[in-house]
Design a protein around this ligand. Sequence first.
Ligand SMILES: C[S@@+](CC[C@H](N)C(=O)[O-])C[C@H]1O[C@@H](n2cnc3c(N)ncnc32)[C@H](O)[C@@H]1O
Length: 268
Amino acid sequence: METYVTLPKWLDNYIYNELGAKYCRSNADMTVIDWDKTDILNYLGTYFPRSYAEACCITGDYFSHNIPSFMTKESLSLLDFGCGTGGEIVGIISQLKDHNENLKNVSICALDGNFHALRLCESVLRKTSEKIGVKIEINPIPITIEDFYDMSVLECVLSTPFDIIISFKAICEFVTKERFEKDNAYRHIINTLMPKLVQEGIMLLVDVTSYSDISKEWLPRMMDAGIDQVQYSIVHKNEGYNQTIYVTHSYKKNDKSKVAWRMITHKK
Ligand SMILES: C[S@@+](CC[C@H](N)C(=O)[O-])C[C@H]1O[C@@H](n2cnc3c(N)ncnc32)[C@H](O)[C@@H]1O
């Protein structure tokens, strides 16, 4: 299934004209954690719109056919693991607002080890709050998860249960850097974060579809192998091997993104 999204005018204007984002595709290995300010402005102009579009398509479609109990609440909480510049957060909040007219407040825990990305994410979310009329409380978590130990510290400090937990195109970097040695990074992250999800909540994992030279496996296969080993269930996923999503903005018409995604809940 192919889907098409256009970046809203206000968001397009804000990232390119006010924040200085640039459209510049990178062929290098995407370990964004190490990128400097210039690289992150390229990320904002190139990959932020894709993440926005991916989140709009996936959650928009889901909320059109399903009404999770949190969809009727005035206040919601969301954790983004590896939020980067936060395109997916803007996409999800816009869909939550479109499908729940009662929505007034969203509390976001935004974890990322790249400070430049996290700062831009905060700016974008402040603007989003102003433009879509939802109060967004941002709790940045500026930490780099180096290993199992850091993940266990995170497990202890994250106390609030979340309605939604997401991770977009970040776990691939944990695989590349072997943060959890030879363990399946998807399984380890799911097992650490799912106990932080409310009973009726959803976890959405989205990732690139490439072959990892480090784990010697296709990432979507690795994601499925990780999910097979946990006690949680997939309630929704892309059809076939991946989903193609096109996004249009002032620097590129129909920019193509291919992702694999799985939505997970507590239900067995
Ligand atoms: C490819 S970017 C994706 C960003 C965002 N989720 C999106 O879809 O646009 C991956 C993000 O994960 C973050 N990240 C990678 N490894 C990390 C680690 N070990 N600890 C914290 N953040 C990490 C990077 O800094 C980067 O912002």
